[in-house]
Design a protein around this ligand. Sequence first.
Ligand SMILES: [Fe+2]
Length: 395
Amino acid sequence: MLENAFNTPTEKNFFSPGRIMSGAGTRNKIPELVRGNGPIIVVADTLFAADPLIDDLHPVRRITVSGEPDEATLLSAAVEAPKDAAWIVAIGGGSTIDTAKAICAYLRHGKLRIRDESSVVGAPHLIAVPTTAGSGSETSRFFIMADKDSGQKISIRSWSCVPELAVLDPYFLANAPASTLALGAFDTFVHLWETFVCRHERSPFNDALCLNGMPQVLKGVHRLQNNSLTLEDILALQQSASLGGMAISNVRTGMVHTLGESLAAQVDLAHPASLFVFFSHVLRSYASEIQDRVTQLDIVTQSVMPEFGPVTIETLCGFWSDIFDHVGVTDDIQNTIAATSISGADLLDTIARDTVLAKENPVELKDKDIQWITETSLKRFTANLQSDLSVATSL
Ligand SMILES: [Fe+2]
């Protein structure tokens, strides 16, 4: 019954079944945790496929992941996985951890497309070791897989997907490019932001995560921009990403994610880049209704990071625009979008179908406002938008 319970204005719930171990060197504790306790499958991304940690785990099967997995590939990996696996250890970014979650779902439930199963006690035990800080997959109840035929992404939701242990070790991000860190940090920030301003589902439990995580993200990104990022800052970005995974598992994301995911179905953009396209104008569209939320964030940010100055919608938008420019991602987004024909009507249709968004957006969604957000956001990046937005207003 509680598996698909959502917050309302009068009922606030919170759940997060996973443990977290975080700190420099924590990865080295994993072999002693799993040794002698049954067969181990390691799922790793190409970057860390030869990491010494994997040899220390003595896996019976190694699965290497490159790129976002599609359902058919996941199914064949899951069918071929040793049925007696006691542990699945995922070492990689969101796609790698999602692959491990899918294999785990299949071994536990006999299928990939699970829905709202409760958290599971028993083998195989899932350990997630994220090598990026952004998606929050290591603490979330979701995994994403692509439908090869339609190109659509299928989001699977179940508390049984939450890894039993997330190990956050800054070792894995010490040499990450600035653009990777910035994109991941932005995804984290939007997870915390959108759940923080969610109209009815917001909760005091989730606010605590958001008010801790958002200032840490701003601080880490500021230091990234000034070339003064330390391992402690990286760890704080990892911890914030894990807070974001818990947040989106308890409160739904908002219009930035809905529009970004719809755009990413049409254009080959990384998830955080697709969010960035809409971020500023979505926030401006509801700024007047969330002043109390911005004030709370301002107070905490001033104590953690006084150099940020006053937190307002405009200073937040400017901050993220500067960092995207700084790491060269704005140009990449412009070039990718300019080379693609985008259907504004498809974007508007997605919003129209999203009935939860209509209920949870901080302000009532009006057709003309949605059209303004979509048009203005895309115009910033391209003049190549098809002129079908004007005919798609009858949402
Ligand atoms: Fe996201």
